[in-house]
Structure formats: C-alpha cells, structure tokens
Design a protein around this ligand. Sequence first.
Ligand code: ARG
Length: 459
Amino acid sequence: QANTMWGGRFTAGPAEAMDAINPSIGFDRRLYAHDIIASKAHCEMLVRQGIVAPQDGEAIRDGLDTILREIEAGSFEFKTALEDIHMNVEARLKELIGEPAGRLHTARSRNDQVATDFRLWVRDAIDRLDTQARALQEALIDQAEAAADLVMPGYTHLQPAQPVTLGHHLMAYTEMFGRDRGRLADARRRMNECPLGAAALAGTSFPIDRDLTARTLGFDRPTANSMDSVADRDFALEVLSAGSILAMHMSRLAEELVMWCNDGFAFVELSDAFTTGSSIMPQKKNPDGAELVRGKAGRVIGALVTLLTVMKGLPMTYGKDMQEDKEPVFDACDTLELSLACLRGMVADMKPNAGNLRAATQKGFLTATDLADWLVRVLGMPFREAHHVTGRLVRAAEEAGCDLADLPLASMQAADARIDERIYDVLTVDRAAASRTSYGGTAPDNVRAAARAARERFL
Ligand code: ARG
C-alpha cells in the first residue's frame, strides 16, 4: 500500500527492489541524536514565532525526549518502511502525541533537516578526531623528548644521508599531524553555518527565525542561500580530504614502524599490545597494528573518491544520490578514530633500541657532508671541489672497509695534503648531529626546544 507520509498522491506502493534501494535507516539511524536536537530547536523557534501553539510545542518536545530515551534504551523500533531516521522519528512522535506531531514539519523539509543533522554529526566527528590527533601528538612529543639524543641515520631515497636524532624524526610527524588538525579546524569553521529553514530548496513563507535555530544549535550563523544549503556536501568532502591527508600521514608513520621493527633495522620494539603472533611460527611478533593503520588509509581515501564521484554530476539542488553521502563519511571517521587510537598506543608503547640506532649510523658514511663542510670552512675550498675530494675519501674508506672516522690521516692527506687531525672532530655522528643548530635542525638541544614549543602550540 501507499506510504503514509505522501500517500495522498500515491495509489500503489514501491517495488521490492525499490524497497531495497530506497531506505537509509540502516545507516542514518546514527543521526538520531542530532535529528532530535535539531527538531527541538526548530520546534522551539516555531513556538516563539507564533507558528505553533505553545502546548503543541510542549507535546512535541516531550515526545522527542521520550523518543531519545527509547532509542538510547534500545527499545525503539526502527522501521525500514519509514525509509530514514527523520521519518522514523516523526512517525513515532505521531504514535506518542497524536495530531500535534504533524505540526513539527512546518517550514521544514527533509532536505534542510538532513543537511542540518549531518553537519551536526560531522562537526562532532571533527571534534573527536581533533582530540585523538592531539593525543597522538602528545605521545610523539613524549617519545621525541626521550629520544632527543638518540642518533640514527636520516634517509633520503631510503639511502643513509646524514645523522639525525630519533627525536627529530618523530617531531617531523608531530608537525604533520599539527597541520592535519589545522585543516580539520578550518573545515569546521567553514561548515559551521546552519541550513535549517532552507526548507526544500527555496526557503519558506512562514515567518521563521533562522538566527535563533542557528544559535540554539551552536552554529555561527544561518547559511546564506537556501539552494546551496540543501545542495552541497562540501563540508563532508572537506572532512574526507583533510581525513585522507591525515590517513596518509598515519600510513607513512605506520610504514616506518613496520620497517623499524624488521630485523634489518631493529630500531624499535613494539609492545605485545599492538603486535600478534603466528599460528605456525613461534618466533614471530608481527606489527599487525601498524600494518592495519597503513592499510586502512585506503578506506578513507576511497570514501573521499566515493563522495566526490557521487556529487560531481548533480544538478541543483538536492538529489537522492546525496543519501549516499553518509556511509563513506561514517566509515571514514570511524576508521580515522580507530587508526589514531592504535597509532597513539603503538607510539606511546614503543621502545627505541639506542644501540641498534647508533650501530646503523656507523654505516653509510653519514658524516661525508660534514667532512666536505670542514674542507670548505677550514681550508677555504670551494664546495664543489670539497664534494669531489670527499667522494674520493668515501671510496677509500669503502675500499678499506671502514668508516670515514677510521681512515688514517695519511689516507686523508693523500686526497689533500692540507688536511690535519682536526678533521676527525667533525666525523663522529654525535658531533655531526649536534652541529646542526640552524632553526628547525636536528641538534639535540634544538629538538628539546622544538618539543617544548610543540607542547605550547599543540597540546
Ligand atoms: N534520507 C534522505 C537523505 O539522506 C533524507 C532526505 C530526503 N529528502 C527527500 N526529498 N527525499 O538524503
């Protein structure tokens, strides 16, 4: 039989396949709290404006409160036939309070209703993500401070480049996650306008007060154009793009953790809490947590592409296509929250292996740049020539099977007779790291200062 909400115009009910494709209640029930809050704000405004009688408004408010309790107690019966959360709530309101329930939808459409509910949900999600990203930063800063003096190879092209400290390396991620939080905060600022009152698409002839509902719901102001209000989901796309970049950053850190606990590196040990064993190989301790954080980035990026694709061909204004906005956003936000929590735990628990980090710095001629710089600074050699001389010394060390610091002075002087024993001062990795005191550089004191500053900036 025909739908009760629009049965007036319909004589026949939906086909079976239509019944399967049309409802969103299976997933948009997650909007229930925001739907009820927005309805209460709308109702209060209707009463204030004299559009709904005060006693009807009271009945509506009490009914909505009852529904909230029912949903939270698990006793609410969600009905697929009622399509979505909005109609499920309204139908139940009718059961509870009768005729006044029908007055709630005055000067409103599901189009502005869902846009409002979803913005409220996304806004909360941004706040949760910010809290968790902050906690991840805190774990990174704690570890960075503890590892401010731990030298390790810094890489470019994944080839040993120059000595850095583990603290400096970890602070690099702290900066990245700081920008991720900044992007989320920007998105939040931009999206914090209230679409409620845009009605179906054109606004309404009822004397509503959109400023009031906007304020009640914690928005900065009402949206300025009713068509835009119901037509766009860019606020969700912004969260998905900022979220995708965040996921990409998490994935890179996770990849490094996977690498670092490989035997070839053995830079850190992950805790039992974030690793798994093997059912056949008793010796195994696999970094599954990190691998999953790396893998789950794919879902978040997929969600962004999904929603961009859904939106890109839609003519003004609302199209039911837009009902496809929720699942990717819910999934991406859930995935981001879970990944942040796991990564935070892994970082907080990880134990750097100072010996292995240092041992790794003894290969790869990490102080070659320092040697060349010395030739420039002390002998006044042009850098290009110094580069060449140093290259010859690296080859000599390679042939001798030793580090630059272990080359005898005679071999040094064979490359340039003016070299004296002072050169050995710059050839230890600790000296090399400590000498990089330029702002943003890896010197341990800089790292400690950067960590202190980061606490101020981020925590
Ligand atoms: N469930 C719908 C959605 O998520 C609500 C809005 C429906 N509006 C409409 N005119 N059919 O988009």
